[in-house]
Structures are given as structure tokens and as C-alpha cells.
Ligand binder design. Structure first.
Ligand SMILES: CCOC(=O)Nc1nc2cc3nc(NC)[nH]c3cc2c(=O)[nH]1
Ligand SMILES: [Zn+2]
Length: 371
């Protein structure tokens, strides 16, 4: 089930509510990534504390480990991982698909070697739908082929047309399985505006509860990603959620919202946290920099997260240097909290019809650069 209520538009920016089987989410929304059923270094309680509304799991990874027979015992992913709010599952195979030597792609599906034990594995739209039905995720993604960003026009068109056939097969399998959740289609078309339109029109003819923008943040230059977002903004259907896969930096989130994106996921806030790269309103901080060794200030004076209200940069510098797990935990809490705060501020700004002002102020603050 998915009910979409559009509350307000401010340019292409949108403020909406998406009602799913495990609850309602307010958009624009950022989804922390929990590839193996865990958002790294975060407990479900930590996620509730930073107001996470929905998290992402990866079909491919969970299929391999722990495997469906385990998750089936718990009636799906929610009870297994102790998260009672919505979950979206994408393939996660995107990384695998890009490891081209690992895989063979045919009309039927994708064959690849298990990176765990070398077994031959086969993933088709039908199998992906079976896996996501066992996971019982609130939002299911069609199986597609993530076209490489540097594909030629001919290659990109061939690829998007196969993804449309896989979209059809995904939907049919999803319905045959009586899956009670919501299925999203994924737009491909590489960096070609005409192909992006062809892909979107094809998906709309098939009919999905939501539309994802795929094939971006796959190594293409940032201006190319932004050009595709500008091209897509006027085409995206108003009556359903728009999900930009795998994006992005704080600046990317703002640019995406300004161009009609409602949902985002990215490993950046969690991965960068573990590497000591911290996002703040006034720019980024590399906590491993010796300049922080004696600094008694919090990361960000204006931040209300647990890390900033209890600890200093000096302590976070120390924890990073000695490799303490607590360092990864506190840095992750801070980065995810920061991402949630800017999403909340954008929701409020759109409600108040002042998104452009908020966007200008955001960029001015962030322009102070990396500390
Ligand atoms: C069964 C669901 O299939 C997918 O998840 N397909 C898919 N996933 C993507 C994930 C991405 N992550 C990034 N950047 C980090 N870009 C992505 C693109 C896709 C995609 O085109 N297609
Ligand atoms: Zn903080």
C-alpha cells in the first residue's frame, strides 16, 4: 500500500506525506543505508533519536547473508532487525552489476559469482520480487540494469529498453506474489535527456506507485548529474514519490529537492563518519587533522546531537586516532543527525514557501569550507 498526499509546492520543491504499511513518512526525506540490515554503528534506538523515518536495505546482500530462510522465520526484515518503521529495499546489486567481470547479463537476468563462496548466482526480476516479498519491505524496487554513465546513446537506449521489459516483469511478479507493499520503477537513460524521457514514459505506461531516478551518482561528473535533474524536474509525475538513488552530499540533497526529488539514500554520512569526515552547517571537518587535538569546542556549536552536546573535537580526534569504536558511533550519530536536520529544515521551508531563501542561506553557511 502507498498513499501519497502532496501538501505544498515551492518551485519544483515538494512537501508531501507518503503513507506505507509500517507508517507515514514526511518528505523530502533522507534514508540511512543499512546494507546488511544494520545502519553501521547505529542501534535502532540511535536511529529513532536522530528522527530517522525510513531506512534502506539491500536485496542482494541480505539474500546472500543471512539468507531468506532466516528472515522468513521473522516474517520479514522488520522483526529480524528490530526496526518498526518503513524500510525500502534496493538491489544493492548495483555494486555487483558494476563489477562487470563478476557478472553476465542476459534478457533473462543476471548471473554472477557469489563474492562469499564463489557459487554461481542468478538474479531475475521474478527472483528479485520473491526476495523482496520475503523481506516484506514497504517499498520494493524493480530489478533494472544500471546503465553506465559514459554509455553511448545507442547502448543507453538498448539498456533502458531492457530495464523497461524488466519493469514489466517485476510488476507482474509483484502482483502474482500478492505483495501488499509498494513497487517503484527506475528511470534509466544515462546522460541523454531524450532517453530519460523515453524511460519515464515507458514506466508511466506500465504504472508504478513511485518513480526512482537511477543511473546517476555512478561516477559521472557532477554537472552531468545536475543537468539530468534539471531535465527531469518538469517531467516527473506530480502524484507519486520521486526517489533519487544513491545521492548524495548535503549540496546534492538541496539541489535534488529544488528539482522535485522527494527521497534520497546515500552511504556518505555513515561511510564518511567512519573515516572521520564530518558534515556541519558551516562546512566539513576532518577530525583526524591535528588542529583539533586541543579543541574543547563541539564539532558544531549549533548542533543538538548527542555527540555535539556531550563531547569535544579533542575527544573525537583522540577516538579517531586510537581507532575506538565509540568514535565511529559518535561521528555517525552526528552526520546522520545533520542530514536529518537539513531535511527537516527543507520540509519547513517548503511549508512556509521560502525554500529559495533557505537554499541561499544554506550555501552561504556551507561556503566557509572544510575546517
Ligand atoms: C532491485 C533494485 O534495483 C536497484 O536497486 N537498481 C539500481 N540501484 C542503483 C543504486 C545506485 N547507487 C548509486 N550511487 C551510489 N547510483 C545508483 C543507481 C542505481 C540504479 O540505477 N539502479
Ligand atoms: Zn552534532
Amino acid at each position: 500500500m502507498l498513499n501519497f498526499t502532496l501538501h505544498k509546492k515551492d518551485g519544483y520543491a515538494r512537501r508531501a506525506t507518503v503513507e506505507l504499511n509500517h507508517g507515514k513518512i514526511e518528505t523530502p526525506v533522507f534514508m540511512p543505508v543499512g546494507t546488511y540490515g544494520s545502519v553501521k554503528a547505529m542501534t535502532p534506538q540511535n536511529l529513532h533519536d536522530i528522527n530517522a523515518q525510513i531506512i534502506l536495505g539491500n536485496t542482494y546482500h541480505l539474500w546472500l547473508r543471512p539468507g531468506l530462510e532466516v528472515i522468513e522465520q521473522f516474517g520479514g526484515l522488520h522483526d529480524f532487525i528490530g526496526w518498526n518503521k518503513p524500510i525500502l529495499t534496493d538491489s544493492g546489486g548495483f555494486q555487483v552489476f558494476s563489477l562487470s567481470d563478476m557478472r553476465k547479463l542476459t534478457e533473462e537476468g543476471c548471473t554472477f559469482k557469489s563474492p562469499i563462496n564463489g557459487d554461481k548466482l542468478f538474479l531475475s526480476p521474478e527472483i528479485s520480487m520473491q526476495i523482496q516479498t520475503v523481506l516484506n519491505s514497504d517499498i520494493v524496487m524493480q530489478l533494472d540494469e544500471c546503465t553506465e554513465g559514459n554509455a553511448s546513446h545507442a547502448e543507453a537506449q538498448k539498456s533502458l529498453q531492457m530495464s523497461l521489459r524488466w519493469a514489466e516483469r517485476s510488476k507482474r511478479a509483484f502482483e502474482d506474489l500478492r505483495n501488499p507493499n509498494a513497487l517503484f520503477g527506475i528511470i534509466q537513460g544515462a546522460m541523454y535527456e531524450d532517453l530519460r524521457e523515453e524511460s519515464l514514459r515507458g514506466l508511466e505506461d506500465i504504472g508504478f506507485k513511485g518513480i526512482a531516478i537511477g543511473g546517476l551518482s555512478v561516477g559521472e561528473p557532477k554537472p552531468e548529474m545536475y543537468r539530468m535533474l534539471r531535465a527531469l524536474a518538469p517531467m516527473l509525475p506530480e502524484n507519486k514519490p520521486h526517489y533519487l538513488m544513491g545521492v548524495g552530499t548535503p549540496e546534492d540533497l538541496v539541489y535534488g529537492v529544488a528539482h522535485g526529488v522527494d527521497m534520497f539514500d546515500c552511504v556518505m554520512p555513515t561511510r564518511n563518519a567512519r573515516n572521520g569526515w564530518l558534515f556541519t552547517r558551516f562546512g566539513d571537518i576532518k577530525i583526524k587533522n591535528a588542529k583539533h587535538r586541543h579543541d574543547k569546542r563541539p564539532l558544531d556549536e549549533s548542533c543538538t546531537c548527542y555527540a555535539c552536546t556531550h563531547f569535544s573535537r579533542a575527544y573525537l580526534y583522540h577516538l579517531h586516532k586510537v581507532g575506538e569504536i565509540l568514535g565511529a558511533q559518535l561521528n555517525t550519530i552526528h552526520n546522520l543527525h545533520f542530514y536529518q536536520v537539513i531535511m527537516q529544515e527543507m520540509r519547513d521551508a517548503i511549508d512556509a514557501g521560502r525554500f529559495a531563501d533557505w537554499q541561499a542561506q544554506f550555501h552561504e553557511n556551507r561556503a566557509r569550507g572544510t575546517d
